[in-house]
Structure formats: C-alpha cells, structure tokens
Design a protein around this ligand. Structure first.
Ligand code: ACO
Length: 403
C-alpha cells in the first residue's frame, strides 16, 4: 500500500503541489483541453462546432451519455428535461425566507442545497435510475431556480416555466416577462443565451467541478454536491471574473485610457491585473473567447447598441495587449470572461446575475462529472495530503502554569 508519509520518511520525496497545477485527481472521458493549442473538446467534439451547430440540450446529452443524440433520442431527452422544469410548490415558500434584497447567488446556494429535502426520492446514489433522474432534475430545474432567485431579488412575482419553449427561451421568459404585459422571446437573443450556456457547460477539473467531485467522493447526494460547486463558483477568481472584467472596462471608460491600465497591469508593485486575461490552462487564445466575441457583436447589433463604448474599449484593449511584449511573453490572452460580461449586460442581466447564469450552464458539467466519478469502479474518497509545517510534538501546560 502506498503511504506518502513512509515515502517521505524514507526518501524525503513528497508530492507538494499548491493549487494542483500538475496533479491529476481523476481519469475522465468528458472534456479535453490543450492549453497550448487553445483547444477545447467535449467527448471529442470541438467547442466551436458544438456552439455553431448544436443546442444546449444536445450538448447536455453529449456530456451525460458520451455520444451526440439521434433525432429521436434528442426529442425524448428534451421531453424528459422539460417535464422536470417546475419546482415543488413548497420551494416558493423556501425562497421567501430570505431577505428581500438577498444576493441571487446566496439564494442559489441555499435553495439548491435544500433540493435534497424536496427530492429525496432521487438521492440514492447506488441506484442508476435515481442518479439519472437527479441529473435531469438538476439540469431542468436550475434555470427555474435561477430565474426565481432573480425575480425575488428585484421584488417581482415568480414566472412559471412555459414548456413549449426551448431551454434558453424559457429561461429568458422566466427572467424578463412581467404580469399583464405580453412577452415575445427574441430568437436572436435566445440563441445567444443558448450559446453562452454551451460555452460554459463544462471545463474539466476547474475549482468548482473538483469541489463537486470531492464532495461526491464521500457519497454525498448529488443536490448537496452541486450546492458545494455553486459555493465554489461564487469566488471572483472563478465564476465572478466576468463581473470583474466588466467593472474594469467601465473603470477604463474610454479608449485613450487603455495604455495607463496596460502599464498598471505590468507594474509588479501594483496589484491590478487585466481582468478577463490569462488562464491557468490556456496559454493561447481561449477558444470560447472567440465565440463569445462573435456572440457579443450579434447581441449588441440586435439590441441596437453596436457602438457600445465598453465593446470599443474591449476590442482596443485586446488589440494592444496582444501586441505587447509583457502579454506575449507571459502568454496572456483573453479568456471567456473578457466578452461575456458585456454580452450578458446587453441581454438585460444585472451584474449580480452573471455568476448565477454560469451556475445554470455548468450544472450539466458538474452532474456529468459527478456521475462519471460515481460510476468509476476505482472511485475512492478524495483525501489530499498536506505538508505539515506546524509545531513539533510538545507537552500540554495547564492554564495556571502558562505565563
Ligand atoms: N494581468 C496582468 N498580469 C497577469 C495576469 C493578468 N490578467 N494574469 C497573470 N499575470 C501575470 C502574473 O502577474 C504572473 O507574473 P509573474 O510571473 O511575473 O509573477 C504571471 O502572469 C503568471 O500568473 P499566475 O497568477 O501565476 O497564473 P495563474 O495560472 O495562477 O492564474 C489567472 C491564472 C488566475 C486566471 C490569472 O491569469 C488572473 O488573475 N487573470 C485575471 C482574472 C480572470 O480573468 N479570471 C478568469 C479565469 S477563467 C474562468 O474562471 C472561467
């Protein structure tokens, strides 16, 4: 049996890898990233081909089952997801326990964590049928819960799902329609929303996915595991980066101020970083950023805001950074978050919803990775080791003798 303490004692060798930059925690067949080439594949299919030709539920099917669906399989899958979009009526009352101005991410953490109390008939992880029902429930209900968190946050009544609409259109309607006013889904914006969901569907062992796997490795139920993933995603270095990128573009404000911010990003004495630039794995252009840039243009054109100043700042910033020695040498390219903030703003979402939207999209990645782990015969509880740097063994001193 491999014992790292013994190995350490005998040889002085120890795997110490802060941030897990070069430690694989699992085997996976779901997503492949070649960071040097700027390549992202789901089950072997390039992300740009999936985003251009598929829809989000098709990608969900691919991630869960490993193959693209036939027409009949797709129709059946859409039907099964659609039939799970409603949440239990008692969950409405759960929402109303939060402060009226609660942050939607805080509400997401609580409500998704509570799902196992409402749907405990799909928490037996040893039953493959229950695992699949839980997976479909998560994918189907997440947009409903997210839209409810948003409506609650802005003090509007909940809008129930309308299941003859596609996934993205249904979500936009639940967020933006108001009682007594007709709401027509804009197909260009719905397609853009769908693409944004596809681009965020999975990204192998990022922090939140690793959190879901680690939580699940103890046998915790899938709803609890996804709630753990949501908590992890909330951080500004992960799901919150698009909000930070949008704030930065607003702070720069005009194209003429870009050089000042480029200089700040290069200054080692200034903690400022170009948000939406750089990635732990991509040392080339993030392939999702290219699609997001195109989607951003489409959305701004559709909402009649093609001359958006933030977009002009973003395009110029990208141009300057990509020709700057510092960014070339450190291989810092725009990541998916660089253009997603502007796009989501143009779609009508306030900044506090950005990470929530990311959670809706990533739910399929989390659940597919969780299922793959549970179904792996070599699965063991995750238990990282540590390099202890504290005090050596010492004797307890009673309190009246401590000076
Ligand atoms: N602006 C300026 N310099 C940067 C930036 C940046 N955005 N990113 C990295 N650098 C520099 C660092 O200062 C460091 O320089 P040094 O070698 O002289 O010390 C070098 O590049 C390497 O940076 P690390 O932080 O060590 O790289 P790491 O892989 O740990 O970090 C990260 C990746 C966190 C994404 C980083 O690039 C960053 O902070 N970017 C801005 C935030 C952001 O956009 N996050 C979104 C990530 S994508 C996602 O979650 C969907």
């Amino acid at each position: 049996v491999f014992d790292i303490n013994q190995l350490y004692k005998q040889t002085g060798a120890f795997t110490f890898d802060p941030g897990y930059t070069s430690t694989a925690s699992c085997e996976s067949k779901i997503t492949f990233i070649d960071g040097d080439e700027g390549m992202l594949l789901h089950r072997g299919y390039p992300i740009d081909e999936l985003a251009d030709n598929g829809d989000f539920l098709e990608v969900c099917y691919l991630l869960l089952y490993g193959e693209l669906p036939t027409k009949a399989e797709k129709a059946d899958f859409d039907y099964r997801v659609t039939n799970h979009t409603m949440v239990h009526e008692q969950m409405n009352r759960f929402f109303t326990g939060f402060r009226r101005d609660a942050h939607p991410m805080a509400v997401m953490c609580g409500v998704v964590g509570a799902m196992s109390a409402f749907y405990h008939d799909s928490t037996d992880i040893t039953d493959p049928r229950q695992r699949m029902i839980a997976s479909l429930r998560m994918i189907a209900k997440m947009p409903t819960i997210a839209a409810m968190a948003y409506k609650y946050h802005i003090g509007q009544p909940f809008v129930y799902p309308k299941n003859d609409l596609d996934y993205a259109s249904n979500f936009l309607r639940m967020c933006f329609s108001v009682p007594c006013e007709a709401y027509e889904v804009n197909t260009v914006l719905a397609r853009a929303m769908d693409k944004i969901f596809i681009l965020h569907a999975d990204h192998e062992q990022n922090a939140s996915t690793s959190t879901v796997r680690l939580a699940g490795s103890s046998g915790a139920n899938p709803f609890a595991c996804i709630a753990a993933g949501i908590a992890c995603l909330w951080g500004p270095a992960h799901g919150g980066a698009n909000e930070a990128a949008l704030n930065m573009l607003a702070e720069i404000g005009t194209v003429d101020r870009i050089p000042e911010f480029i200089d700040r990003a290069k200054d080692k004495n200034d903690p400022f970083r170009l948000m939406g630039f750089g990635h732990r794995v991509y040392k080339n252009y993030d392939p999702r950023a290219k699609i997001m840039q195109k989607t951003c243009h489409e959305v701004l054109k559709e909402v009649g805001n093609e001359d958006d100043e933030l977009l002009n700042v973003a395009l110029e910033l990208e141009k300057i950074a990509l020709t700057d020695e510092y960014f070339i040498e450190k291989k810092l390219y725009p990541n998916v978050d660089f253009y997603s903030g502007i796009t989501l703003k143009a779609l009508g979402f306030p900044q506090e919803m950005f990470t929530v939207l990311f959670a809706v999209a990533r739910t399929v990645g989390w659940i597919a990775q969780w299922k793959e782990m549970i179904e792996d015969p070599n699965q063991r509880i995750g238990r990282p080791r540590q390099l202890y740097t504290g005090a050596e063994k010492r004797e307890f001193v009673p309190i009246d003798r401590r000076g």
